[in-house]
Design a protein around this ligand. Structure first.
Ligand code: C5P
Length: 234
């Protein structure tokens, strides 16, 4: 899989999601299904979108004891998502167990990436709530290295961190980056943002874009603009 734009389909029903995807008559965008949609509709929504020919990033951010995550991943691997994820904070043992669970009998498996530090967590919250006293950039990099050592394929990180992650973990280690906005669009609740072109320049492999596409007056045009800018054809 190469560089691509993943649309965050943060809808609360299958009906709304499929109606949104119906607008794309010429292309089959890569789709992110997160907790909201998955908890509303369950595995059926993954199967339905996959059956329409979309690639799927199943963003469920697993975090539990290794045995539980291993068994949950074994069940998720049957859904044939292309990318799934978990929290690196679950430790190396949990990440290794997840990989085992995810690997099918024929040796194939979806890509597995780790959330490093959520972009909603800032330095103060990390120090006060988690008792982690190191700079946030060091923590993100440490989680990325731990994920790589556990055998994972990449991380979800802010676009600002993608370059350092690639420098430390290699170019083949995937960086999937949310927090992307067009130069002329509303930031919403995202604080640290980059444009698709900037995300491309700093080496993001995939950008995850929600509202700039889903809330646009013309979502297909917004998606195409995003792909053009991110793949450098702008
Ligand atoms: O609408 P917007 O472009 O902000 O959507 C970004 C998507 O990426 C959302 O689904 C959000 O949950 C997800 N995400 C994020 N920041 C992270 C991890 C995931 O914005 N650190």
């Amino acid at each position: 899989m190469g560089k691509d734009v993943i649309i965050a389909c943060d809808f609360d029903s299958m009906e709304k999601t499929l109606a949104f995807l119906d607008q794309f008559t010429e292309e089959k965008p890569f789709v992110k299904i997160g907790m909201e949609l998955f908890y509303a509709e369950g595995p059926a929504v993954v199967r339905a979108i996959k059956a329409r020919g979309h690639k799927i990033f199943l963003d469920l951010k697993l975090h539990d004891i290794p045995n539980t995550v291993k068994k949950a991943m074994a069940v998720l691997s049957r859904l044939d998502a292309d990318i799934v994820n978990l929290h690196a904070a679950g430790t190396t043992a949990m990440m290794r167990a997840a990989l085992e669970g995810l690997t099918r009998e024929d040796g194939t498996r979806p890509l597995l990436i780790a959330v490093t530090q959520l972009t909603s967590t800032d330095q103060t919250a990390m120090e006060n709530d988690l008792l982690i006293e190191r700079p946030i950039a060091d923590v993100v990099l440490h989680y990325a290295k731990t994920a790589k050592n556990a055998g994972l394929d990449g991380v979800v990180c802010s676009p600002l961190e993608a370059e350092t992650v690639h420098n430390a973990c290699g170019k083949a280690f995937l960086t999937v980056t949310p927090g992307v906005r067009f130069a002329d669009s509303d930031k919403g609740d995202q604080k640290r943002v980059m444009t698709p072109a900037e995300a491309n320049r700093i080496g993001s492999d995939y950008i995850v874009v929600g509202r700039p596409i889903t809330a646009a007056p013309d979502p297909v045009a917004a998606y195409r603009r995003c792909v053009r800018e991110f793949t450098g054809q702008a």
